[in-house]
Design a protein around this ligand. Structure first.
Ligand SMILES: [Cu+2]
Length: 98
């Protein structure tokens, strides 16, 4: 019985971690510049397949909401999501990571 419980426990852990991976489709990057007055942020980021960027680069994004730029500063490591909004690459979500 103990073995079955262990197996069930391990399986549920796997399912949980799969869920976490699916959820974190966020892009990893590092902030190199924040321009709050312009509502723009420069991020050095890894590949973003959905936006056609197969390689990492450093680029400027527009912030969907300028107030989200208050949470981050130059040098911060971040996870973020970006979308093409009317031809302008826009950060829709950003959070600091350690
Ligand atoms: Cu890019």
């Amino acid at each position: 019985m103990a073995k079955i419980r262990t197996i069930i426990f391990v399986i549920s852990l796997c399912v949980l971690s799969l869920g976490a991976v699916a959820q974190s489709s966020l892009i990893t990057g590092q902030v190199t510049k924040v321009d709050q007055s312009a509502g723009k942020i420069t991020i050095k980021h890894g590949p973003i397949k959905k936006l056609g960027m197969d390689e990492g680069m450093t680029m400027v994004f527009k912030a969907q909401d300028p107030t989200m730029l208050k949470a981050v500063k130059s040098g911060d490591k971040v996870k973020f999501d970006a979308e093409d909004v009317n031809g302008q690459l826009t950060v829709t979500k950003i959070e600091k990571t350690k």
